[in-house]
Design a protein around this ligand. Structure first.
Ligand code: NAD
Ligand code: UGA
Length: 434
């Protein structure tokens, strides 16, 4: 099938590449020329395990191309995916200007052939209706199309795996013709993985996405609430949460306490859902609470550092991890950035290291020192602050770290070490909820 993907970011690039891998003919369109220049050299503009290899493979096979021209891509495509960013507005609602812009461009391009326009970007309920209205308004009477919602559930760091082995595929359609087209598109994946397909209404599909992200964020804030309780009451959050998660109705995943959730999605998506509830006249205090607990996770962690180190002015602090989570170079809404900014404001000198995110961090966070490796970040530091649970940090030579530091103190925002082991090794060690 001929596919056009508009917006070649984390979602568009992964979706386009995986659809090409499944045998479709895919053009990814983006208006960021720097990204396209890299992609056309077979380089992935983002760090995502396994993605670059798949891009090269499918480019070489002639199934995957990149362009800045939406018109020819849309003209030849049977299915057009909208994968542009939907950032938050000041009031928390989703800013849909890029979605609208793409809808208008599609309207100016579609001809008489039947097209399915798929909204893959995360959007508030009823957005597909607006996309349809926009295409009708600017489409000079062309009506031979359907708008479908096909929300994306991939996680950064495992984007390729999540796309090729999805937990479920959600297809929101209001027409049988569009449903059959999208089922045909996903047939190779459905046959290979036996992934469950949920064919639902367009509005339901849109709500499934906001609902899923809000539920996951709720689990994380709940875990952080338990962690706070454990700190005050003298219990161990990992013991408590492990036992809670053993209840099959609750499940063990997304109950890791720490610095709270960051990234480009949870914070913005729960804010957008909060706004939707407000617009619908519903009580959104649950979302307020999730957000408050999430902010408090970083604040409490900073208070621990200030309490232990007392005066921060002039002290060197090593920071391990800048990405909002491991296996990505993405620093959008990373708790590490908030922590560094606060420590910097108090006069601390920061020496940071991240295995993948330093290039991105250098653009956002000038005025700090970047280390070549974790040991360099530890050398001469009065404390090490762990902000991201990269696997390689778990395997550090802690004896070596101890010798390099001025005072062996570790604030572990992701609980990657065991308090008892750290105490035995001679560290002053502070986890979260332990
Ligand atoms: P991104 O910022 O990485 O990518 C968006 C891309 O769209 C950019 O490359 C941008 O240049 C391009 N773009 C914007 N306007 C354009 C236009 N008019 N024409 C052509 N290209 C245009 O964003 P992302 O992380 O891929 O997220 C995209 C959407 O998917 C968002 O709604 C997000 O909430 C959702 N989502 C993201 C993830 C994730 O893990 N990142 C997972 C699921 C869903
Ligand atoms: C999340 C969802 O997991 C995806 O299903 C969804 O498609 C995506 O948002 C989206 O809509 O964009 P992602 O933001 O890539 O994916 O990362 P997660 O693995 O969900 O982690 C988000 C944040 O929560 C990270 O900062 C992570 O450190 C934190 N987290 C996660 C915890 O603090 N505790 C946990 O137990 C799990």
């Amino acid at each position: 099938m001929k596919i056009a993907i508009i917006g070649a970011g984390y979602v568009g690039l992964t979706t386009g590449t995986c659809l090409a891998e499944l045998g479709h003919e895919v053009i990814c369109v983006d208006n960021n020329l720097e990204k396209l220049e890299k992609l056309n050299r077979g380089k992935s503009p983002i760090f995502e395990p396994g993605l670059e290899e798949l891009i090269i493979k499918n480019q070489t096979a002639g199934r995957l191309t990149f362009s800045d021209k939406i018109k020819p891509a849309v003209e030849q495509a049977e299915v057009i995916f909208i994968c542009v960013n939907t950032p938050p507005k000041d009031d928390g609602h989703a800013d849909l200007k890029y979605v609208e812009q793409v809808a208008r461009e599609i309207a100016g391009t579609i001809n008489g052939d039947y097209k399915v326009i798929v909204d893959k970007s995360t959007v508030p309920v009823k957005t597909a209706e607006k996309v349809k209205e926009t295409i009708l308004r600017y489409g000079a009477g062309k009506t031979n199309f359907d708008v479908v919602s096909n929300p994306e559930f991939l996680k950064e760091g495992t984007a390729v795996k999540d796309t090729m082995e999805p937990d479920r595929i959600v297809i929101g359609v209001d027409s049988e013709k569009a449903r059959d087209k999208i089922l045909e598109l996903y047939r190779p994946l459905i046959e290979k993985t036996k992934a469950p397909i949920k064919v639902v209404s367009v509005r339901s599909a849109e709500l499934i996405k906001h609902g899923a992200n809000t539920f996951l964020a709720t689990k994380i804030s709940f875990a952080n609430l338990i962690a706070q309780t454990c700190e005050e009451a003298g219990a161990d959050a990992l013991e408590v949460l492990e036992a809670i998660g053993l209840d099959e109705r609750i499940g063990a995943q997304f109950l890791k306490p720490g610095l709270g959730f960051g990234g480009s999605c949870f914070p913005k998506d729960i804010a957008a859902y909060k706004k939707t509830l407000e617009i619908l006249g519903l009580d959104n205090s649950l979302i307020h609470a999730i957000e408050r607990i999430n902010l408090e996770a970083v604040r409490r962690f900073l208070r621990k550092i200030e309490k232990e180190l007392w005066v921060l002015d002039g002290k060197q602090i090593g920071v391990l991890g800048l990405a909002f989570k491991p296996d990505t170079d993405d620093i959008r809404n990373s708790p590490a950035l908030r922590i560094i900014e606060s420590l910097k404001k108090d006069g601390a000198k920061i020496k940071a290291f991240d295995p993948q995110a330093m290039n991105n961090a250098k653009k956002e966070l000038p005025g700090i020192e970047y280390a070549e490796n974790p040991y360099e970040a530890a050398a001469g530091s009065e404390a090490l602050v762990i902000c991201t649970d990269w696997r390689e940090f778990k395997n550090l030579d802690l004896e070596r770290i101890k010798k390099l530091m001025v005072t062996p103190t570790i604030f572990d925002g992701r609980n990657i070490f065991e308090p008892k082991v750290m105490a035995k090794l001679g560290f002053r060690y502070f986890g979260v909820g332990r």
